[in-house]
Design a protein around this ligand. Structure first.
Ligand code: SAH
Ligand code: SF4
Length: 391
């Protein structure tokens, strides 16, 4: 007889309604092991069973235990009784004229987040969300106007990668090498809704699953985490995830950054730069991406460009200029193309790569900073925005 499922398992993300079977998607290898053992898997077999189940779920994309043909039938039946392999539900899928796909994804509790797939020459990038809404209130960001509703679980984060692979038809067929560099989904960016470093553990666990060589198997250099500047978590990101880092820099004086990225009032530019200086060594990665949103007459002068170069001196960096993407009621305008080019030129001449990010999927509101689930009505009040900005 299998041992009864213990109370401890209640902390593991599982299927609603309460008391239903446990969802295996998003468990770390260690959690999966404990879960299988608690359901009656003999300790001695646990490692092997974890390996088998893991490969079925993450390498082959299987969703039913019946298909796990290297497991004995009674064991498959036991697993089906106790567990499910479930992804968040895709509510709508929109395809832009440029091929960008935006998924509105429903997670437990009826909340919704957005996931965006961006096909490019030679690669395909999936932009995933880590929170429903955001606690922060960056004044140029649409997500920032929406209250934080909750953190996503690791299963909901890796689930976005899996549902995109479903939609792209990209689970390996027998004989096809999953490490093939011509994959449709070859890169992940944590640049959707939410601040990933305020949901550290779930983001870490999900990215570990994405990198696991016996599963989705993406290289850590193909994963980029973008933070607004949660300084105390930056070293941990290097040590525990080891992915590439992007930082939403956006301003060259504390005055302006305080207004654009209010977390700057807690950890200012100097604090942030200290943490960034240490990152490449800690994570053994090459360059940090500095994201810089181009806002007309706010942060886009030649002086800003020169100050930026001075500030980042000594940090291996690439500067990604993002033309501001408007949203209804936004208090900013996009800098002119000439201004963006002049800014890029100054940076380029100082020896930094300075690509200008082409807005993608604008016609379906899928571009950077435009995400905000249409059905999530929880708005921040003016008072709350002011209070949070004061921090
Ligand atoms: N919370 C994280 C990741 C999500 S935002 C962060 O702030 O870094 C991903 C990127 O889009 C960030 O660089 C963010 O500053 C930028 N962004 C937000 N709103 C934008 C907008 N309206 N136009 C262009 N970029 C925007
Ligand atoms: Fe949150 Fe990032 Fe938007 Fe700022 S830019 S409000 S941190 S999602």
């Amino acid at each position: 007889m299998p041992a009864p499922i213990t109370q401890d398992l209640l902390t593991i993300p599982r299927k609603l309604p309460e008391g239903g079977p446990i969802n295996l998607v998003g468990l770390t290898r260690a959690q999966l092991r404990d879960t299988l053992v608690a359901a009656g898997t003999p300790e001695k077999q646990a490692k092997m069973r974890v390996g088998q189940v893991w490969q079925w779920i993450y390498e082959k994309g299987v969703r039913s235990f019946d298909e796990m043909t290297n497991l004995a039938k009674p064991y498959r039946a036991l697993l089906s009784e106790r567990f499910v392999i479930e992804l968040p539900e895709v509510v709508t899928r929109q395809v832009s004229s440029d091929g960008t796909r935006k998924y509105l994804v429903r997670i437990a509790g009826g909340h919704e987040v957005e996931t965006v797939y961006i096909p490019e020459e030679g690669r395909g990038t999936l932009c995933i969300s880590s929170q429903v809404g955001c606690t922060l209130t960056c004044s140029f960001c649409h997500t920032g106007t929406q209250k934080l509703v909750r953190n996503l679980t690791a299963g909901e984060i890796i689930g976005q990668v899996m549902l995109a692979r479903d939609d792209l038809g990209e689970w390996p067929e027998p004989g096809r090498n999953p490490k093939d560099e011509s994959r449709l989904l070859s890169n992940i960016v944590l640049m959707g809704m939410g601040e990933p470093l305020y949901n550290f553990e779930a983001v870490r666990d999900a990215m570990k699953i994405a990198m696991d060589p016996e599963g989705i198997s993406l290289s850590r250099r193909r994963i980029t985490l973008s933070t607004s500047g949660v300084v105390p978590e930056i070293a941990r990101t290097a040590e525990e995830i080891g992915c590439l880092l992007a930082v939403s820099f956006h301003a060259t004086t504390d005055d302006v950054r305080d207004r654009l990225v209010p977390i700057n009032r807690k950890w200012n530019i100097a604090d942030l730069l200290d943490a960034l200086r240490a990152y490449p060594k800690l994570s053994n990665s090459e360059r940090i991406t500095f994201e810089y949103v181009m806002l007309r007459d706010v942060n886009d002068s030649d002086d800003d460009a020169r100050r930026l170069i001075k500030l980042i001196e000594g940090i291996p960096a690439k500067i990604n200029l993002i033309p501001f993407n408007p949203w209804p009621g936004a208090p900013y305008e996009r800098s002119s193309n000439n201004r963006i080019r002049a800014f890029a030129d100054i940076i380029y001449k100082a020896g930094y790569a300075s690509p200008i990010r082409t807005p993608r999927g604008e016609d379906i509101m899928a571009a950077c900073g435009q995400l905000k689930s249409a059905t999530e009505r929880a708005r921040k009040s003016r008072a709350q925005i002011a209070a949070e900005a004061g921090m």
